[in-house]
Design a binder for this molecule. Structure first.
Ligand code: C2O
Ligand code: CU
Length: 514
């Protein structure tokens, strides 16, 4: 009996076609020369790039209007090489979008890529039609989907033709920005292809500012710097090599910060604020400074913490953000400090370098004792607890490396909600990763809400995760409870693992706020 293909599989097929084409193109451009990897790529030579801030096309009393186009272009990621990337407005990282709490951002999103794409604002409190549903994709203007690639025939035979997606050439996203100041990011979220699309470069910062934060004397302007960390692999000629290792996840042997391999930043002898994002597909980091001085951490995913905390190490699963203040006035002219990843030995254990230069300068910025008010959500407020287990698909458990992933044993089904929280309700969600021999982290991420971690394996959350969060680290054997209020919008949303290949291979679920 012929297998019935549903829409999601048809879309995945179409997307897979796009991926195959890209990879072939990469393969045929292979040239000779030393392989590019941790041993051969130069470290701390490139200056840290800072992504440009996007100017609105226009503004009115309803907010600011931006134009963002996904397209192919080239980037100077490695010295002397040109790398083909997919970038928002042709750059990687994409342009930074700055928003102010209470003032809406409108993004008209178009694409020139010959593959479906959809954009999502990670960490946003966003109405469902602007949240970037994985099948709510757009194509380049005028694009006709070839019957074979879209597998329309299959859908017709299966009787699902009526549901075939209508082609869209743009999407207008509205982000109300009604939540507190925070470091968010936007990235691709296409069904079955998020890993590949983000890997090619479709990710950018989205910074929300508000009055509470603005009233503090934190370092600002050119002393407030976003750092997008990710791992990538390259072919000899500098082209990106996408190797998801089955469905395990695409790791890398070159570390990029803001799209440059192992860059360096010249810093003055004063305080800086760094907004750090782990935008990797499948690579975790544990940050530390080579000087062994601790970080002063000021923010988590959802913005400022109650007060700064001193932490010697900060673990970052994929999609997590932390903000730190580093005071370089304690160093001398000519000193260098390396931002390290203590999870890896050798070059992969290093991320970037700060080169301290110049005389002592006057610094009017401050690290206040108190940063923000955080309303603690308490378990008594919760109407229910739901438990979600993260693991391989039960019937495929013994594959190594694993193929296909599941939440509570179920694959992602865009038509089926696995949870239906009531609008306004507070719920506790418990994330469980049963001990397994496969040690990869599964970072759960919940759309729409910010949550607080109640406990981690029966203990208090780690110091660096005591604040508003939307993503958390879940390692083998972990059992973590979070609490959150489902407010703002009714409709369909996602919860998923933020290892992008796990997400693409079904470790994702729909929940409906009703
Ligand atoms: Cu960072 Cu569902 O996304
Ligand atoms: Cu996972």
């Amino acid at each position: 009996m012929p297998r019935i293909m549903n829409r999601r599989e048809a879309l995945k097929l179409a997307v897979a076609g796009g991926v195959a084409t890209t990879l072939q193109a990469c393969g045929s451009r292979l040239s000779h020369g030393a392989p590019i990897n941790a041993e051969t790529a130069p470290r701390f030579e490139a200056a840290l790039p800072i992504p440009p801030v996007l100017e609105p096309a226009r503004s009115d009393e309803h907010g600011d209007y931006y134009e963002v186009e996904a397209r192919k272009s080239t980037a100077a990621i490695l010295p002397g090489k040109h790398t083909t990337i997919w970038g928002y407005n042709g750059i990687f990282p994409g342009p930074t979008i700055k928003a102010t709490r209470g003032r809406a951002t409108h993004v008209r999103f178009t694409s020139k890529l010959q593959t479906p794409v959809v954009a999502h604002l990670h960490g946003g409190h966003t109405p469902p039609d602007s949240d970037g549903w994985p099948t709510d994709v757009i194509f380049p203007a005028g694009h006709q989907v070839p019957a074979t690639s879209m597998a329309m025939g299959h859908m017709g035979q299966s009787g699902q033709m009526a549901e075939a997606p209508a082609l869209k050439y743009e999407h207008n996203y509205t982000y109300p920005n009604d939540r507190r100041a925070a470091t968010l990011w936007y990235h691709d979220h296409t069904m079955g292809a998020t890993g590949h699309n983000v890997y090619m470069g479709l990710a950018g910062f989205y910074l929300v500012e508000d009055e509470e934060e603005g009233s503090l004397a934190l370092p600002r302007g050119r002393y407030d710097i976003p750092l997008m960390l990710c791992a990538r692999q390259f072919d000899h000629d500098g082209s990106l090599r996408f190797n998801p290792h089955g469905h395990a996840g695409t790791e890398g042997d070159v570390i990029l910060v803001n799209g440059a391999a192992w860059p360096a930043l010249q810093v003055e002898r004063r305080k800086y604020r760094f907004r750090i994002l782990n935008a990797s597909n499948a690579t975790t980091f544990t940050l530390a400074l080579s000087s062994t001085l601790p970080f002063a951490q000021i923010a988590t995913d959802g913005g400022l913490m109650a007060r700064p905390v001193e932490v010697p190490r900060i673990s970052m699963a994929m999609a997590e953000r932390v903000e730190v203040v580093i005071d370089f006035s304690v160093y001398a002219d000519g000193d260098s400090v390396v931002l390290r990843n203590t999870e890896k030995p050798g070059p992969l254990g290093e991320i970037m370098r700060f080169d301290i230069t110049g005389p002592a300068v006057s610094d009017h910025s401050e690290l206040p004792d108190h940063l923000s008010m955080i309303e603690a959500l308490t378990p008594e407020a919760a109407t229910r607890t739901r438990t979600f287990t993260f693991g391989p698909r039960p019937e495929l458990k013994f594959h190594n490396p694993p193929i296909y992933w599941a939440i509570n044993g179920e694959r992602f089904d865009p038509e089926h909600a696995q949870a239906n929280p009531l609008l306004g309700d507070v719920e506790i969600w418990r994330f469980v990763y049963e001990k397994s021999s496969w040690k990869q982290t599964h970072p759960p991420h919940v759309h729409l809400v910010n949550f607080q971690i109640l406990d981690r394996n029966g203990q208090s959350p780690r110091v660096h995760e005591r604040g508003w969060k939307d993503t958390l680290r879940l390692d083998s054997g972990d059992d973590v409870r979070v609490i959150m209020r489902f407010d703002g919008y009714r409709g369909r949303y996602l919860m998923h693992c933020h290892n992008l290949e796990h997400e693409d291979y079904d470790m994702m679920m729909r929940f409906d706020v009703v």
